[in-house]
Design a protein. Structure first.
Length: 241
């Protein structure tokens, strides 16, 4: 199985840098007001979407994976969370222009050409709306071995530096571009020892127990040992004029 299929099979609810704790830390600092119209892009199993709904946001969540969305809907039903889950692609979001106050993404934009993704995020944001995008970045621009291993493991494009993320946001028309820096910037990647307990993690045991999943976990751990010091992360923020 490839990376996204493994994530779907494990039902991981926080497969992004900083984990679920990092999500909560950011939301505690962000301006989250009841009634905020939020689109979560690449919602996965819906853990963040349900938190936003509990904070009083009007949440729409999109993911390309039917398997992820089914688990997200189960989570929302069990929590009594109101979330509108929609299948779609982040490069062609199935929503009208100026529909949202916030587009929130967590370790999703790195799997697409970032500037193209940001232009699509900007399209669905109202004037004055914000993008919040939690992403890994590499410390040094020239890191061909890191780029090659990330592509092999995760299927992602070459990882930008912090400055590269800023440039992509600005090229898409965002202003007041900045980054929210977590207190703990150790990278979090699926398969690491930092995986946090999720009481509503729906695991497909028949798929998770396959040998290729164990092989991925071992290779991922080796990746972190070798390249972890060359990675960090933050939540990249931009505003639509």
């Amino acid at each position: 199985m490839e990376y996204h299929e493994i994530i779907a099979a494990t039902g991981a609810g926080a497969a992004h840098p900083g984990g679920f704790g990092g999500t909560l830390d950011f939301l505690a600092d962000a301006e989250v007001a009841p009634g905020l119209r939020v689109l979560e892009v690449g919602c996965g199993t819906g853990r963040t979407s349900c938190v936003l709904a509990a904070m009083g946001c009007a949440v729409t969540a999109v993911d390309r994976s039917e398997a992820m969305l089914e688990k997200a809907k189960r989570r929302a039903a069990m929590l009594g969370a109101t979330v509108d889950f929609v299948q779609g692609d982040l490069l062609a979001l199935p929503f009208e222009t100026a529909s949202f106050d916030v587009v929130f993404a967590e370790s999703v934009t790195a799997f697409a050409p970032p500037a193209e993704a940001y232009r699509e995020y900007a399209r669905v944001l109202r004037s004055g709306g914000r993008v919040w995008d939690r992403e890994l970045y590499k410390i040094e621009a020239d890191a061909p071995e890191l780029d090659a291993e990330m592509r092999a493991l995760y299927g992602s494009a070459p990882l930008p530096t912090k400055e590269g993320w800023f440039e992509s946001l600005e090229s898409a028309g965002f202003v007041r571009v900045r980054v929210w820096a977590p207190r703990d910037t150790r990278p979090f990647v699926v398969g690491s020892a930092e995986l946090e307990a999720d009481p509503l993690q729906f695991i497909d045991l028949d798929r998770v127990l396959r040998p290729d999943v164990a092989a991925f976990s071992a290779r991922n751990a080796a990746f972190l040992r070798r390249f972890g010091e060359g990675l960090s992360y933050g939540v990249f923020i931009g505003e639509k004029p």
